[in-house]
Design a protein around this ligand. Structure first.
Ligand code: NAP
Length: 260
């Protein structure tokens, strides 16, 4: 299926690894020129080279920096000043007990997982609307729909973003600019592997046992693959996806038990 976005430009934040990388790969497969960001330059260059090799017709730019800082965002927007597609992503806040979180912990989480995507939307959405095409995807979390107690910082900050987007996504769609959330459940990325390793360490249970139990707990009997996430993202960025906006789409193997 040709998604009709060949030659478009995408800014894919936090994309040297995991879900962001998979989104960049899937967009590049559709002929979209991609600007990648991450803090670590080495992994970023590795991913950029992999995309260049796999899709030689696609222009790939790399911007090393922290997307949750004004300087990181400025650099990313300098490299990709008029994106047609914006994939908002950053690392998630740490788990913990809310009794131990300080105001600074909250500000950091809100900055990274709510205000950073809002700043990037603010910087790009008017250009998209004037050009009559834009696709904005916010990578949030299944925890927005089904909160996980120890991830309170994530639940709170990402729900704030989701609430904000619910309003503006209805204002931009008239100009063919859609804004949607993709809510990952368990996907097999470094983040998930690190979480499993931490659980193994704190419980004393073998890592393999924890991993198997967590896979078994999902109706699909496994974790999602980053490729599956990337394809869903590319679909929502497609030329013909202009009637889907303000939605929050769970990719969780059916783990959320609701009918709707
Ligand atoms: P991952 O495999 O750890 O990859 C994270 C990517 O983001 C890396 O490329 C990392 O590179 C980059 N990054 C992190 N912080 C950044 C920052 N401040 N500025 C720029 N780049 C940054 O994580 P993932 O699993 O893809 O997760 C992506 C998002 O989805 C996270 O917010 C996570 O909480 C959320 N999520 C994931 C799952 C899951 O099962 N995987 C489930 C629910 C929610 P550098 O470290 O070099 O910057």
């Amino acid at each position: 299926m040709d998604l009709g976005i060949k030659g478009r430009h995408a800014l894919v934040c936090a994309s040297s690894k995991g879900l962001g990388r998979a989104c960049a790969m899937a967009l590049a497969a559709e002929g979209v020129h991609v600007t990648l960001t991450a803090r670590g330059a080495e992994a970023l260059t590795k991913t950029a080279n992999e995309i260049r090799k796999a899709y030689p017709g696609v222009e790939v730019k790399e911007v090393a920096g922290d997307i949750t800082t004004p300087a990181g965002r400025d650099d990313a927007l300098k490299a990709c000043p008029n994106p047609d597609i914006l994939i908002n992503n950053a690392g998630g806040p740490p788990p913990g007990d809310f009794r131990n979180w300080t105001r600074d912990d909250w500000i950091k989480a809100v900055d990274a997982n709510m205000l950073t995507p809002i700043e990037l939307i603010k910087a790009t959405v008017d250009g998209m609307m004037s050009r009559k095409f834009g696709r904005i995807i916010n990578i949030t979390s299944a925890a927005v729909k089904s909160p996980i107690d120890i991830l309170g910082l994530s639940n709170g900050a990402r729900s704030g973003l989701t609430g904000f987007v619910a309003g503006i996504a209805r204002k931009t769609v008239k100009d063919n600019v859609t804004i949607n959330g993709l809510l990952p459940g368990p996907f097999d990325t470094d983040r998930l592997r690190n979480t499993n390793a931490a659980a193994a360490k704190s419980s004393g249970q073998p890592l393999e046992e924890i991993t198997q139990a967590r896979m078994k707990a999902n109706p699909a009997g496994r974790f999602g693959t980053p490729e599956e996430f990337g394809y869903a993202c590319a679909f929502l960025c497609g030329d013909k996806a202009g009637f889907i906006t303000g939605q929050n789409i769970l990719l969780d193997g059916g783990a959320f038990p609701g009918t709707l």
